[in-house]
Design a protein around this ligand. Sequence first.
Ligand SMILES: [Zn+2]
Length: 135
Amino acid sequence: MTETLSNDHLKQFLENTPLYTWAEFGKPHVNRLSLLIRQVDVYCDVCKQLRPFLDIRSSGGAGRGHAVEELKSGETHLSFSCVSCMQQHIHYYLQQVVTEDTIQIQKFGELPRQRLPRNRDNRLTVRPFLRWFDR
Ligand SMILES: [Zn+2]
């Protein structure tokens, strides 16, 4: 059973899913225009702790070719800034494949790479995903 894509799913995906791992969701009933979400909670190198990062482009939209991005197969670039220091930014590069019923998403880029202590503990869990590099 595939769960319908929600903002919570996207947030969890951005924060926790290793690079090059595909996740599949059911297509939302409400017509979703993009993969943009407002906030992720990640480690800030400046603040030295887990902080909320907010989407810095949602209001202005400067430098974007389209006013509205349809949700369709292609690539999405998301960027967020730490709400506390506004100095640390995080970028995600996503590839999405949209069909009639499903949305498949993978991260093919993440800057800076996550350096959470829990990544060290999860090394064994993460390792099987390395095979995706060969695809
Ligand atoms: Zn910060």
